[in-house]
Ligand binder design. Structure first.
Ligand code: HEC
Length: 170
């Protein structure tokens, strides 16, 4: 009798699991794309860490892990780009909306010291390429974010290249 009860419970459980899997499938169809985040430091961080983890993205074409760089971002950099940014870099017609560049900054002895992000948001800041700028500490809190003058001033040297310094994107 006990055994029958056990089998019954198991059958109900397995059926339940199947149902749950089906329900989840209904809610999140395959090919679902997480919406792009608002131009806000916390939302962008959440997106980069949780919803579309940047470490799974491609690296900047021609740049590997921990490549040597000039100041101010750190002695060594690892730069990740989302799919539309990657396309843009390859197409050489400037960066399209929703391009995200997430650059990890390291000291010469490979200590991670922060993440600097550029995220192109349509209509966000037309005078400066519509880029949302953010610099995060290793714990994910933002040091600066938004239309950051300091970032824009220096990156303006590459105004004709959509404010991009790493390589030609136009
Ligand atoms: C004094 C100049 C300077 C300042 C200030 C500066 N950057 Fe940069 N940035 C650079 C240079 C130079 C590179 C290219 C690094 C390399 O490849 O050696 C770069 C690269 C980048 C990249 C990779 C994409 C690209 O443009 O090549 C991102 C993202 C970035 N910076 C974000 C920021 C953010 C966010 C800030 C402000 C918090 C900032 N930068 C401030 C000079 C600067």
């Amino acid at each position: 009798m006990k055994k029958i009860f056990l089998y019954f419970t198991m059958a109900v459980f397995v059926f339940g699991l199947g149902l749950a899997a089906y329900a989840v499938h209904e809610i999140i169809p395959s090919g679902y794309k997480v919406p792009y985040p608002a131009a806000d430091a916390e939302r962008v961080n959440e997106y980069l860490i949780k919803y579309n983890p940047y470490r799974a993205w491609a690296m900047w074409p021609g740049k590997g892990k921990l490549y040597k760089a000039a100041e101010p971002h750190g002695a060594l950099l690892t730069t990740f780009v989302n799919d539309v940014a990657l396309e843009s870099i390859k197409n050489k017609k400037g960066m399209v909306n929703n391009s995200i560049i997430a650059k990890e900054n390291y000291t010469a002895d490979e200590k991670f010291v922060g993440l600097t992000v550029m995220y192109k948001v349509k209509g966000y800041n037309p005078e400066a390429g519509d880029w949302f700028w953010a610099k995060y500490r290793p714990d994910g809190t933002a040091e600066v974010s938004g239309k950051v003058k300091m970032c824009i001033d220096c990156h303006s040297k590459a105004k004709d290249n959509d404010f991009i310094m790493t390589s030609k994107v136009k």
